[in-house]
Design a protein around this ligand. Structure first.
Ligand code: TYD
Length: 138
């Protein structure tokens, strides 16, 4: 990927250990495209449900399947890109301006999201028509 202007998978550090492996992120690491301001996670997603359905004006995000698997579908206004996340040491970087939906959650999956901004509804574009208008003006 072009460095952090495009969505793409980011490999996080892995500490292998016979007791169980460990992955971490910390601000300042080269692997991190932004300083982390907030972390949230979704869990107990019922079979067949989808989440997301929005884009952000400013917020950058890294999504990690800390448990299980799910699909992430990204739209820049022209083309869709599809990713499957299923490795706790791999993150999907999503720059601002991408419409995203998440689906095909496996049972017990957890989607952890590291973000560059505090939560504010003002940063969301939740109407697809508005997203299309904004993306065609870019
Ligand atoms: P939403 O962004 O719609 O979730 P998703 O994109 O994962 O489907 O958020 C669901 C609700 O949670 C919405 O009312 C906003 C609230 N929320 C917070 O209060 N703080 C947060 O950090 C996030 C991500 C959401």
């Amino acid at each position: 990927m072009e460095k952090y202007t495009e969505p793409g998978l980011v490999d996080l550090p892995r500490i292998y250990d016979p007791r169980g492996n460990l992955t971490f992120v910390q601000n300042g690491d080269a692997a991190l495209p932004f300083a982390i301001e907030r972390v949230y996670w979704t869990y107990d997603v019922p079979a067949g449900e989808a989440r997301g359905g929005h884009s952000h004006h400013e917020g950058k995000e890294l999504l990690v399947a800390t448990s299980g698997s799910f699909n992430v579908n990204l739209f820049d206004g022209k083309e869709w890109r599809h990713f499957t996340l299923n490795r706790p040491y791999q993150a999907l970087y999503i720059p601002p301006g991408y419409w995203r939906t998440l689906d095909n959650f496996s049972s017990g999956s957890v989607c952890m999201v590291l973000t560059s901004t505090k939560y504010t509804e003002d940063d969301y574009v939740r109407e697809f028509d508005e997203f299309i208008k904004l993306s065609s003006a870019r």
